[in-house]
Design a protein around this ligand. Structure first.
Ligand SMILES: [Zn+2]
Ligand SMILES: [Zn+2]
Length: 200
């Protein structure tokens, strides 16, 4: 659709699967890491080595920031798929298996529902990325964001699996975390699941 390729934005009413559907010209000046990543995701979403390879215009940390920004956008979509199953009634406290987590999206950490934790943590991460947080902040950000996936995996398995086969956001998130060594392996508690990742 010509209008999409020329406007390079998600027009109101664009379906989730059609978002970011424009091609990106890598020789364009100024180079936009975000547009480049969005176009890569459109064509190579499940090719993690390709997604993670920084373009020559960006250093690895800049490329990491682009990934984290885009992961936050996609986690926003992810939460909209979770709303019906994860409510104040079903999940009044944020947890994954027997672990419960306090929400840091307030003045001081406090208990929140799983959905509250997810929304507050995501908002907090987006704000941190907007002010140009560095590697040290990325580690705690990633640890908190990881718990959203862990909650969905352990408590809403069907949503996790359907989202993972459609979008592969968790596999992408973990690949970024591992490449940049943002979390100890001991905190990566979701088992490897090759069967849930789309075979393309
Ligand atoms: Zn829940
Ligand atoms: Zn909260």
């Amino acid at each position: 659709m010509a209008s999409v390729t020329t406007t390079q934005c998600n027009l109101p009413g664009t379906k989730e699967e059609d978002c970011f559907a424009w091609p990106y010209n890598t020789t364009k000046v100024p180079f936009s890491g975000q547009s480049y990543l969005q176009s890569l995701l459109r064509t190579h979403r499940f090719d993690l080595p390709r997604l993670l390879r920084p373009p020559p215009q960006l250093d690895p940390t800049q490329w990491l920031s682009e990934h984290l920004r885009q992961l936050c956008i996609e986690l926003g979509f992810y939460l909209t798929h979770l709303h019906a199953d994860c409510t104040e009634q079903t999940c009044p406290i944020m947890c994954a298996q027997e672990m419960t987590y306090y929400c840091a999206g307030h003045g001081s950490p406090r208990p929140c529902s799983a959905m509250g934790y997810s929304v507050h943590t995501l908002d907090y991460a987006v704000r941190q990325l907007a002010v140009g947080a560095g590697m040290k902040h990325f580690q705690s950000m990633v640890r908190r964001l990881y718990r959203i996936f862990a909650h969905v995996y352990f408590h809403h398995r069907e949503v996790f699996e359907s989202q993972e086969s459609a979008r592969g956001v968790y596999a992408w998130f973990v690949a970024v975390v591992r490449k940049y060594e943002l979390s100890p392996e001991s905190l990566i508690i979701i088992p490897e699941m090759p069967s849930t990742v789309k075979d393309i």
